[in-house]
Design a protein around this ligand. Structure first.
Ligand code: ZN
Length: 267
C-alpha cells in the first residue's frame, strides 16, 4: 500500500504539470471504488481550475475554485499523467484544457475519490494526526502521546497520531532506532523518543528522495518506479542477515500484520 513517501512522490510528479490547468472533462469508467463516485458530482468539477495539489497523510488533495478533490490510492491505486487510456482497471480519466490528462488505475479498487466543498476540507482531515515531516512533530508532541500499553508499532501506524506511516515504514523506522516493535509505548524513554523522531524523519525523507518504494506495482505519475526498497534493512528480509549484527532478520505478526525485526539489534 502506498504510504507517505509514495503519495508524496505522486504529488511532486504531478504538481508542475497540472497546477493552473482547467478540467475539461471527467470520464468515470467504473464508479465502484472503496466508495461510490457519483457521476453528477464528478461532473461538477468540469470547468474548475486546479490551483494547488498537496499531500495530507496518504491522501492526494486537489484544490479547485469551489471544490476539493481528494484521492486515496488504497492498496494498488496509480495516478498516471498521460497514461495508457486503454488499460484494464482504468477507472477514472481526468482531462485538462491543454490536452493532457491523468488516469486513475486500481486493480483491487480499494482506493477512493472524495469531492467536497472547499469549506469541508478541515473537517475531512480533522481525525488525522500530525504530519511527521513538519517541525512541530517533535519530542513534546510525541512524549504526550506515548502513554498506555499498546505496542509502538501499532502506534506508529495509527494515523490518528502520526499521518502517513504504514506497515513497511513502521518496521524500517523501528529497526533504525533499535526499538522492538512489541515495546509498550509507555516504556519508551526520552532518549529513545528523540531517536524515534530522527528515524521517522530520516527514513521518510530518504524514501521520498528515491520516489518511494515499489513493492508491487506502485509508480509515480510519470510512470517511474520507486527504488527505496533497495535500501530496506528489515522489510521482506526475513531469514537474511542483519546488516549490523549478522543474525537473522525475523518476521512476526503484530496485530495481524507482517512485522520484520532483528531481535539482537532491537529491544
Ligand atoms: Zn541485528
Amino acid at each position: 500500500m502506498p504510504e507517505l513517501p509514495e503519495v508524496e512522490s505522486v504529488v511532486r510528479s504531478l504538481s508542475s504539470k497540472i497546477i493552473g490547468r482547467r478540467i475539461s472533462n471527467i470520464y468515470i469508467n467504473n464508479p465502484n471504488l472503496r466508495n461510490f463516485i457519483d457521476i453528477n458530482i464528478g461532473n461538477k468539477l468540469v470547468g474548475s481550475y486546479i490551483s494547488e495539489i498537496y499531500r495530507r497523510a496518504k491522501y492526494i488533495v486537489f484544490i479547485m475554485d469551489d471544490f476539493v478533490l481528494i484521492i486515496h490510492l488504497g492498496m494498488t491505486g496509480i495516478l498516471l499523467f498521460n497514461g495508457n487510456l486503454s488499460l484494464k482497471h482504468n477507472h477514472v480519466n481526468i482531462f485538462f484544457d491543454d490536452g493532457n490528462y491523468i488516469v486513475y488505475n486500481d486493480c483491487r479498487r480499494f482506493g477512493s475519490f472524495h469531492i467536497i466543498n472547499k469549506d469541508e476540507e478541515e473537517v475531512f482531515f480533522s481525525k488525522i494526526g500530525m504530519e511527521p515531516l513538519i517541525e512541530s512533530f517533535n519530542y513534546t508532541y510525541l512524549k504526550n502521546l506515548l502513554k498506555g500499553n499498546r505496542c509502538i508499532k501499532s502506534f506508529l501506524m495509527d494515523n490518528k497520531y502520526i499521518a502517513g506511516i504504514g506497515n513497511i515504514y513502521a518496521s524500517e523506522i523501528l529497526y533504525m532506532c533499535g526499538i522492538s516493535p512489541l515495546r509498550q509505548v509507555k516504556d519508551i524513554n526520552d532518549v529513545e523518543i528523540n531517536n524515534l523522531i530522527y528515524s521517522i524523519k530520516n527514513i521518510l525523507t530518504e524514501s521520498i528522495k528515491n520516489n518511494g518504494s515499489s513493492i508491487r506495482d506502485y509508480k509515480n505519475a510519470d510512470g517511474v518506479f520507486g527504488v527505496y526498497q533497495k535500501f530496506f534493512k528489515v522489510y521482506n528480509r526475513q531469514g537474511k542477515e542483519c546488516y549490523n549484527c549478522q543474525n537473522k532478520i525475523e518476521k512476526i505478526l503484530v496485530n495481524g500484520r507482517s512485522t520484520f525485526l532483528c531481535n539482537y539489534c532491537q529491544s
